[in-house]
Ligand binder design. Structure first.
Ligand code: AP5
Ligand code: ZN
Length: 213
């Protein structure tokens, strides 16, 4: 399967991805995770991306299209993939279509994590992540066994620099202005499945699996 997960910050894309990945043996390509790794490693890409990310604005289309083009060549992605956080502009969606057309493939489904903005601040400000695995926790909705510690590795959890109420406002603005048109783009292709992303993680998983069956 070739899937796209689209939704505002905190809508649950990163939470549902590992479950979908395991169920269908797909690779998980999250542009946000890849960019954060590049920023942490201070690579040329990371240095270019950092300023926009810290402000909650989108990184340039050329940079992210380059990352995805490279990542999709991995052998583990040949059977199918989950794109989490990409495409986020209509230009990125058009470039993706071109890349896939060259391989004679196309997107099977776009999962739209539809949710009211008002719910997102609590989800974003309570999030803790384990950076090397991408595992995500929430102080209230998905607490780790020991506060601040990853359940599996025992390593410390961190908060994302852009997970403040202030930066969330810019991220939401970018979503409505630049990413919502991407949903319309795929609506015209009749591949969008609408999810009720405000439900509990388990209920959202059930909706996801139903929409893919
Ligand atoms: P990115 O990393 O993609 O961030 P985002 O889109 O803002 O999405 P999030 O990761 O915040 O939300 P999520 O939906 O994954 O939520 P999660 O499941 O973790 O992008 C970061 C930045 O990188 C961008 O701002 C931009 O600068 C740049 N970038 C990335 N891609 C780009 C692109 N294509 N083009 C240009 N720039 C790009 O859940 C959130 C919290 O809620 C967690 O704590 C979780 O435990 C909890 N939770 C999840 N589901 C539920 C539920 N059902 N009920 C209760 N709590 C829940
Ligand atoms: Zn995410």
């Amino acid at each position: 399967k070739r899937l796209i997960l689209v939704g505002p910050p905190g809508s649950g894309k990163g939470t549902q991805s590992p479950i979908i990945k395991d169920e269908y043996c797909l690779c998980h390509l999250a542009t946000g995770d890849m960019l954060r790794a590049a920023v942490a490693a201070k690579t040329p890409l990371g240095i270019k991306a950092k300023e926009a990310m810290d402000k909650g604005e989108l990184v340039s289309d050329d940079l992210v299209v380059g990352i995805i083009d490279e990542a999709m060549k991995k052998p583990s992605c040949q059977k199918g993939f989950i794109l989490d956080g990409f495409p986020r502009t209509v230009v990125q969606a058009e470039k993706l279509d071109e890349m896939l057309a060259k391989q004679g493939t196309k997107i099977d489904k776009v999962l739209n994590f539809a949710i009211d903005d008002a719910i997102l601040e609590e989800r974003i400000t309570g999030r803790w992540i384990h950076p090397s695995s991408g595992r995500t926790y929430h102080t209230k909705f998905a607490p780790p066994k020991v506060p601040g510690i990853d359940d599996v590795s025992g390593e410390p959890l961190i908060q994302r620099k852009d997970d403040t109420a202030e930066v969330l406002k810019s991220r939401l603005e970018a979503f409505h202005r630049q990413t919502e048109p991407v949903i319309n783009y795929y609506n015209k292709k009749d591949v969008v499945a609408q999810l009720h992303a405000e439900k509990s993680p388990k209920d959202v998983t059930a909706e996801v699996l139903k929409s893919l069956s």
